[in-house]
Design a protein around this ligand. Structure first.
Ligand code: FAD
Ligand code: UDP
Length: 365
């Protein structure tokens, strides 16, 4: 008899399982893929290069609690992610910063001058509701079209005006010279990779993991107490209100017989090509190797559900499923798919730590 049946072995499921096991509960995780770690799964490819099967995963957080928690299962390699965008035949930093403006327009402005430059171009929008509003409000239409419109249409098959503000708000605008993609307090990669970190997290005698199994095949057979579902919430309910839209990606991997391919971890292609970006893994992992592996991301409508699509009608449909979920006894939903939220890894960890406290009525002193 298991106290908990957890569906899905990504961050949401694994963190919760570890916390529950640690407090004496017996946990079964059932995962339909043939590996642990969910979308954060990494592995050594046939040339011995560490790659991320589901696209580049860079860990960053402002939460000391989340960072300290994960540090129990891994050492870290400090890493600052830097991204260039291919615009007007040049590679320039994104998020847009002073260097971007100077390079693009052949200027030599100071940070204060860039602030004025952007303020002159910004078209003030109030209220800021859509992903178009966010960018046009900050940098004006020309830069919006160079950096955001095409990329967003490729990534989401929607115009930025049809997406919630939260999507492009993930990428800030800066008037200083800071060219890091993220500014979080903690930015680091698990030293031996994500899968290894998950292995440690799950190596508790109270945790059993069943791979290559859809939970539906065992849910009626294996006795358990509470059920925690981290797959797509609409799939749990057999899409009874209709399908929640997700965006998927086709990942095309290549290994090249040369030491390096590009000059930074990721290069974005807002306007050219069918792919959105190319990532070279050795920058992320710090691995030294005579060859190098890269991944192209081609967004698609079909395929594994990777991205919830933040817009009002989807949120309304999700809210209906959420209401239905609240009528169930002893069934809980968490994670990026379980709660239909465009969450980063650290947010999913925080969500599972919070759910654990709720489930087990943990009192903090
Ligand atoms: P998942 O990792 O999706 O795990 C859910 C698991 O449930 C899956 O393994 C699935 O197979 C399983 N499952 C579903 N249904 C069933 C079923 N019926 N039976 C059994 N098992 C089932 N975050 C960052 O912080 N930094 C990044 O740089 C970053 N880059 C990303 C790049 C891409 C291309 C993508 C797609 C995401 C990225 N993320 C990044 C987000 C990150 O992947 C997620 O926040 C995190 O993996 C979500 O964890 P999860 O456990 O909620 O979901
Ligand atoms: N975006 C863009 N141009 C860029 C980078 C991002 O238009 O060069 C927009 C796009 O809509 C993208 C969103 O900002 O989906 C969020 O970008 P992020 O890099 O956070 O996406 P993720 O890594 O989650 O795929």
């Amino acid at each position: 008899m298991f106290d908990y049946l957890i569906v899905g072995c990504g961050f949401a499921g694994a963190v919760l399982a570890e916390r529950l096991a640690n407090s004496g509960k017996r946990v079964l995780i059932v995962e339909k893929r043939d590996h642990i770690a969910g979308n954060a799964y990494d592995h050594y490819n046939e040339d011995g290069i560490l790659v991320h099967k589901y696209g580049p995963h860079i860990f960053h957080t402002n939460s000391k609690e989340v960072f300290n928690y994960l540090s129990r299962f891994t050492e870290w390699r400090s890493y600052r992610h830097r991204v260039l965008a291919s615009v007007d035949g040049q590679l320039v930093p994104i998020p847009i910063n002073a260097t971007t403006i100077n390079k693009l327009y052949g200027l030599n402005l100071s940070s204060d001058e860039v602030c004025g430059f952007l303020a002159n171009r910004a078209e003030k929008r109030s209220p800021v509701l859509t992903s178009e509003d966010v960018v046009v409000n900050a940098v004006g239409r020309e830069l919006y079209e160079k950096f955001f419109r095409g990329y967003t249409r490729k990534q989401w098959e929607l115009d930025p005006s049809e997406l919630d503000a939260s999507v492009t708000a993930r990428v800030p605008t800066r008037s200083n010279f800071d060219d890091r993609y993220f500014t979080d307090t903690y930015q680091a990669m698990p030293l031996h990779g994500y899968t290894e970190m998950f292995r440690k997290m799950l190596s508790h005698p109270n945790i059993s993991v069943m791979l290559k199994t859809d939970y539906r095949d065992i849910v009626e057979i294996i006795p358990h107490g509470k059920l925690v579902f981290t797959g797509p919430i609409d799939s749990y309910f057999d899409y009874c209100y209709g399908k929640l839209p997700y965006r998927s990606i086709d990942f095309k991997f290549e290994t090249l017989n040369r030491e390096n391919f590009q000059e930074t971890g990721t290069v974005n292609y807002p306007n050219d090509n069918l792919y959105t970006r190319i990532t070279e893994f050795k920058y992320l992992t710090g691995q030294e190797h005579s060859k190098t592996s890269i991944v192209y991301e081609y967004p698609t409508a079909e395929g594994d559900p990777y991205y919830p699509i933040p817009r009002r009608e989807n949120q309304e449909l999700y809210n209906r499923y959420k209401k239905l979920a609240e009528t169930l006894d002893d069934v809980y939903f968490t994670g990026r798919l379980g709660t239909y939220k465009y969450y980063n890894m650290d947010q999913v960890v925080a969500q599972s730590l919070a759910l654990f406290k709720k489930l087990e009525a943990v009192v903090e002193y």
